[in-house]
Design a binder for this molecule. Structure first.
Ligand code: AP5
Length: 220
């Protein structure tokens, strides 16, 4: 199974992807997580991209294409993957298409997670993430059992992301609408897009994605 999870910032891509990949036994490859890990580790990549991430701006295509290309060569990605946060521009989509064609693989599903912008602003304002293990919480809908402490790894490193400030959220949404949304038509032309509403409880899109996967004509 090779699939993309696609949608605006804060639509719930990470939440849905986490459940789907643990059920499917495929790696959840989140480019946002990869970049944040590089920032936390202080690598050259991390130092290069930190300002862009904090400002809610996109990292250059060449950097992202190389990063994802290397990741997809790793052993755990040979039998399938879920890409979360990539591609985000048409050049990234074309690069992924070339990579798949070169390796004789194809995309089984592009899951488009949809939520209205006003809901996103509220959700991202309340989001908290664990810096240690990446677990995601929401202060109202899914808070950690002990404030500031991660239920999953126990570390007291549950904080607000730098790019979850109201002004930055608006900028990320505008970037999505201008630069990323055109990819929907790119994938609709390939007949692989399915839309999933995440305005209600996240169990709904997870169930719907599960049903789509069960009926998908899976390629190699
Ligand atoms: P990235 O980490 O990919 O951020 P994003 O796309 O903006 O998505 P988010 O992680 O903010 O949200 P999500 O959709 O995963 O929602 P979540 O599940 O957390 O990228 C960050 C940055 O990295 C970019 O801005 C860019 O700078 C750079 N970057 C990454 N990839 C790149 C690329 N390919 N090219 C260039 N630059 C790139 O849910 C949000 C909140 O809502 C959570 O609190 C969650 O608990 C809650 N929630 C989820 N579902 C529900 C529900 N149904 N009901 C109530 N609450 C819910």
């Amino acid at each position: 199974m090779r699939m993309l999870i696609f949608g605006p910032p804060g639509a719930g891509k990470g939440t849905v992807a986490g459940q789907v990949t643990s059920e499917e036994g495929i790696p959840h490859i989140s480019t946002g997580d990869m970049l944040r890990q590089a920032v936390a580790a202080g690598t050259e990549l991390g130092r290069t991209v930190k300002g862009l991430l904090d400002a809610g701006e996109l990292v250059p295509d060449a950097v992202m294409i190389a990063l994802v290309g290397e990741r997809l060569e790793q052993a755990d990605a040979q039998d399938g993957w879920l890409l979360d946060g990539f591609p985000r521009t048409l050049p990234q989509g074309e690069a992924l298409a070339e990579l798949l064609a070169r390796t004789g693989q194809r995309l089984d599903l592009v899951a488009l997670v949809e939520v209205a912008d006003e809901v996103i602003v509220e959700r991202l304002g309340g989001r908290r993430v664990c810096l240690a293990c990446g677990a995601t919480y929401h202060l109202t809908y899914s808070p950690p059992k002990v404030a500031g402490q991660c239920d999953r790894c126990g570390q007291e490193q549950v904080v607000q992301r730098e790019d979850d400030q109201p002004e930055t959220i608006r900028r990320r949404l505008a970037t999505y609408h201008h630069q990323t949304e055109p990819l929907i038509a790119f994938y609709e032309a390939q007949g692989v897009v399915r839309r999933f509403d995440n305005s209600g409880a996240p169990e709904e899109p997870v169930r719907a994605v599960r049903e789509s996967l069960a009926s998908a004509d899976r390629g190699r």
